[in-house]
Design a protein around this ligand. Structure first.
Ligand code: HEC
Length: 227
């Protein structure tokens, strides 16, 4: 893996941490997806010493770190809910997203306490070429679904992100990608150049910086699915 791509990736991760969408607050909890190791440690702590469970700015707290194995098994537990969330949003492009090819090999840690996976429709298959690929075609849709782990070991749904390559001229600032944000409760928060587009302008601002690689950030090398 090329050092440049790794540097781009980590620079962007730092930027994401600095610029959280404010929609990420309390989301429906998924009791049966709890992380047993973290839940047990939390229970052992005297109550006054337990860290706050639902902080106002979760990204700023030292949230629990999962092992790869834990992240994957919680991910398998959460995936049906995350797919259902996309379906509940009424976004027709995401209705079949549960069947889409996954571009990450498993859920992985993006920022503190947040774990994600990336998947895409058939038109987006070229994503698996990563930095070496050609720009994805019109109609390619890529989605990023995520969950978050609370101090107590409880796991909650996080907002879901989607992009679609639109015909030329849709948004030349960002390679004609259309950005959509779905809240953790399944509402469509905004669509760039569309309804409530101002609420997702921050997506465009950040992804613009990845212009060298089709405005995409990709996945850290250890978590890339094989093409
Ligand atoms: C501050 C920078 C930043 C902002 C703001 C941002 N992203 Fe991203 N995006 C990233 C990074 C970095 C990745 C790589 C995965 C990760 O670590 O989250 C990524 C990955 C993605 C992916 C997977 C495809 C890819 O590029 O690898 C989608 C889809 C996506 N973002 C959509 C969105 C949407 C929709 C918004 C706005 C609601 C948004 N992003 C806002 C930095 C950003």
């Amino acid at each position: 893996m090329k050092a440049k791509a790794i540097a781009t990736f980590f620079a962007a991760v730092v930027a994401v941490t600095a610029c959280q969408p404010q929609t990420s607050t309390v989301a429906p909890s998924a009791p049966d997806c709890t992380v047993p190791r973290i839940a047990a440690a939390y229970q052992r702590m005297p109550a006054p010493q337990r860290p706050a469970d639902v902080p106002p700015r979760p990204s700023l707290l030292p949230t629990p770190e999962l092992t790869d194995q834990e992240a994957a098994s919680v991910g398998d537990c959460m995936r049906p809910r995350l797919v259902a969330l996309a379906r509940a949003s009424g976004d027709l492009r995401l209705i079949g997203s549960g069947e889409w090819r996954r571009f990450s090999s498993q859920f992985y840690s993006s920022e503190h306490g947040r774990y994600l996976e990336v998947a895409g429709n058939a038109a987006a298959a070229g994503f698996l070429e990563f930095e070496d690929g050609a720009p994805l075609p019109v109609g390619a849709v890529v989605t990023k679904r995520s969950y978050r782990v609370l101090q107590s070991g409880a796991v909650v749904i996080d907002p879901q992100f989607a992009i679609e390559r639109m015909p030329k001229g849709y948004d030349d600032r960002v390679g004609d990608w259309k950005f959509t944000l779905i809240s953790a409760t399944g509402a469509i928060v905004g669509e760039s150049r569309g309804r409530d587009g101002d609420k997702v302008e921050f997506c465009v601002e950040c992804h613009k910086s990845a212009w060298r690689q089709d405005f995409l950030f990709f996945i850290p090398p250890p978590y890339r699915a094989k093409g």
